[in-house]
Design a protein around this ligand. Structure first.
Ligand code: FES
Length: 108
């Protein structure tokens, strides 16, 4: 098995980056895992678990800026830098995500 084979077992192409409007998130299933991917207004991508650790809110529908993600249900905030909650909830899990040839690629 080559290094490329190992990498493809964890990377999942999710389609064109344009499907995520700047400043918004979208929910995907990658390798059987529900993830929320955000395209920030600065062009960066972030990915996290789809369900909020507080009470299962849909994080893909949350508001975000370059620093934090707000869950739409109870407005708990999570930092993009490390996934920690600034509101006292359990942290969110962050997944590596990048753009490759115009496609969103997440590692799950
Ligand atoms: S479910 Fe997300 S803050 Fe409550």
């Amino acid at each position: 098995m080559s290094l490329t084979d190992l990498r493809t077992t964890t990377e999942h192409a999710l389609g064109p980056v344009e499907q995520i409007p700047p400043g918004e998130g979208r929910a995907f299933v990658a390798g059987g895992v529900q993830v929320a991917v955000f395209r920030l207004r600065d062009g960066s991508l972030h990915a996290t678990q789809a369900a909020c650790p507080h009470a299962g809110g849909p994080l893909a529908d949350g508001q975000t800026d370059v620093d934090v993600l707000l869950c739409p249900l109870h407005l708990y905030a999570y930092r993009w830098s490390d996934g920690a909650s600034t509101s006292g909830a359990a942290p969110i899990r962050l997944y590596p995500v990048h753009e490759s040839d115009g496609e969103v690629v997440v590692e799950v």
